[in-house]
Design a protein around this ligand. Structure first.
Ligand code: PLP
Length: 395
């Protein structure tokens, strides 16, 4: 029988936590899944109850059993003191950053960060007197040389979700800790199954849960988890901002997480195999996938990660827009769209040259970001082969 949270063996493996965490079946008539508690108002029976703050739930915006189950599960996965949820991954980014910095502070952000994360910092935080400087994702312990009296937070995204540089998180976190600087990590790519930033010295870890956690391209959700040191600050910031999500979306995220281990195992194997196959295609100039032995940061991947995500990038020789259109318009299986993490494969062309500021992107050619879904690998190879032929056929 499934035990309620807190009664389970704390040494359980990630697969077991994903299956049994955040269920509390004893509390809802034995049903396996946490029900969706839709509600704003929670009634108090007496004045004593209203005033003593002992009721487990007081108001729907701040707390909800379905959402709490999700937070408990993510905390267990990340080894966190606590977790809050937000209505998108970007909202998780902004909540984490607002918990970490105040007017007059400086934020250091990796040059490889997800573009809307950058925009929140350089456009949003700037309005409140927080300045952002971008650093080389491969800086490692060298980040210490960038610290000033005003530096209060470092934002890490490893690997960068377009260009796939891996960051030396233990080195960055070590340097930051010596100065009392908060380290926030975007862990959307690897998920806590394959990478656990809080165990490597980070203070907060966030997820675009929209991607692998939800896993079916049908909900927008974000999570932020914190260690003991930052948890009070994160919880309070989340509360005063009024960030809340629908319990239906919490339910969908819990439902997605139940199969995260099997999905990730499949995505991980398929993405590495597909990347290796692409490396052998004559028109492919470069493949950016940290699990490939010749990726420049493969040693960091081997040291700090136990598996790879679904997502990687490859580069072709530059050809005309007509060639590009012929290639992507003719895909049978690969879809062209933003986001990733669902069961379906995606391939989208992009150009990072206007995004970067610290380390200019100079490699010539056309980049594509691929999310390898759950289709058969042979079918995906056939679809991509035909696409590469279409690209080659037009100058
Ligand atoms: C998509 C994404 C986000 C933002 O998540 P949304 O749910 O789309 O707001 C943040 N970080 C990374 C790495 C992402 O891929």
């Amino acid at each position: 029988m499934t035990k309620n949270d807190g009664e389970r063996d704390k040494t359980a493996s990630m697969e077991t936590i994903l299956t049994h965490g955040g269920r509390a079946s004893d509390d809802h008539l034995g049903f396996v899944n946490m029900p969706v508690f839709r509600g704003s108002t929670i009634l108090f029976k007496t004045l004593d109850e209203l005033e003593d703050y002992k009721a487990p739930y007081r108001y729907g915006r701040n707390d909800n059993p379905t959402t709490r189950a999700l937070c408990d599960l993510v905390s267990e996965l990340e080894g966190a003191a606590g977790t809050v949820v937000a209505p998108s991954g970007l909202s998780a980014v902004s909540t984490a950053l607002l918990a970490a910095v105040s007017a007059g502070d400086e934020l250091l952000m990796t040059d490889s960060a997800y573009e809307p994360t950058r925009t929140f910092a350089s456009e949003g935080l700037a309005r409140f007197g927080v300045t952002t400087r971008y650093y080389d994702p491969r800086i490692g312990a060298g980040i210490a040389a960038l610290f000033t009296e005003r530096t209060k937070a470092v934002f890490v995204e490893t690997p960068g979700s377009l260009t796939f540089e891996m960051q030396d998180l233990p080195a960055i976190a070590g340097a930051a800790e010596a100065r009392g600087i908060t380290v926030i990590v975007d862990n959307s790519w690897a998920t806590p199954l394959y990478h656990r930033p809080l165990q490597l010295g980070a203070d907060m870890v966030m997820h675009a849960a929209t991607k692998m956690f939800v896993g079916h391209s049908d909900a927008m959700v974000g999570t932020v988890s914190a260690n003991e040191k930052l948890w009070g600050r994160l919880k309070r910031t989340h509360r005063i901002l009024g960030v809340a999500i629908s319990p239906d979306d919490s339910y969908l995220t819990l439902r997605g997480l139940r199969t995260l281990a099997v999905r990730m195992k499949h995505h991980s194997g398929q993405s590495a195999a597909f990347a290796a196959w692409l490396q052998g295609q004559p028109e492919v100039e470069e493949v950016y996938h940290p699990a490939l032995p010749d990726h420049p940061d493969h040693a960091i991947f081997k040291r700090d990660f136990t598996g790879a995500g679904s997502l990687f990038t490859f580069r072709l020789k530059q050809r005309s827009r007509d060639a590009l259109a012929a290639m992507v318009n003719g895909f049978q299986l690969f879809g062209m769209g933003y986001s990733w993490g669902g069961y379906e494969s995606l391939c989208i062309p992009f150009n990072p040259t206007n995004i970067r500021t610290a380390v200019p992107w100079t490699a010539p050619g056309q980049l594509f970001r691929v999310h390898v879904g759950l289709e058969s690998l042979d079918d995906l190879k056939a679809d991509m082969s035909a696409a590469l032929q279409r690209y080659r056929a037009i100058a």
